[in-house]
Design a protein around this ligand. Sequence first.
Ligand SMILES: [Zn+2]
Length: 158
Amino acid sequence: MHEPQSKFMNLAIEAAKKNFQKSAGGPFGACIIRNNEVISVAANSVLISDATAHAEMNAIREASKKLQTHILSDCIIYSTTEPCPMCFSAIHWAQIPLLVFGSRIEDAAAVGFNELSISNQQVKTLGNSTVEIIAGFQSEECLSVLRDWHVEKADLLY
Ligand SMILES: [Zn+2]
């Protein structure tokens, strides 16, 4: 079992924070690694691309392009916030065996994002997915990114 590492979550957090300056999308970041090596780091870019451009989707697209395969079964994904059901499904489709996330969907909803209130664990259980979930990793730091956004960027909520 992979022991979650701060250096990877920190990359996702940095990507999320960059959106404070860029306003490309919400304060969400993701990082995909393989054999302890970073494959992709991405932020949400919904505001400059489209509604599916969540951090996890962007990270998966970048990783697949780089590794030239849609199967990422030897990878691990870090996400600053619990992926939405769309992204959790994408993680399932990409066959990523392990997801590590910080804050929760309800935390994103609490600062105003129009989240579907379905947890990854619920999607996993209902859908019989084998994706392993490590929740709450560096959650305080991930939460503070959401809270800062709520204070500074509430006009950019979607
Ligand atoms: Zn998503």
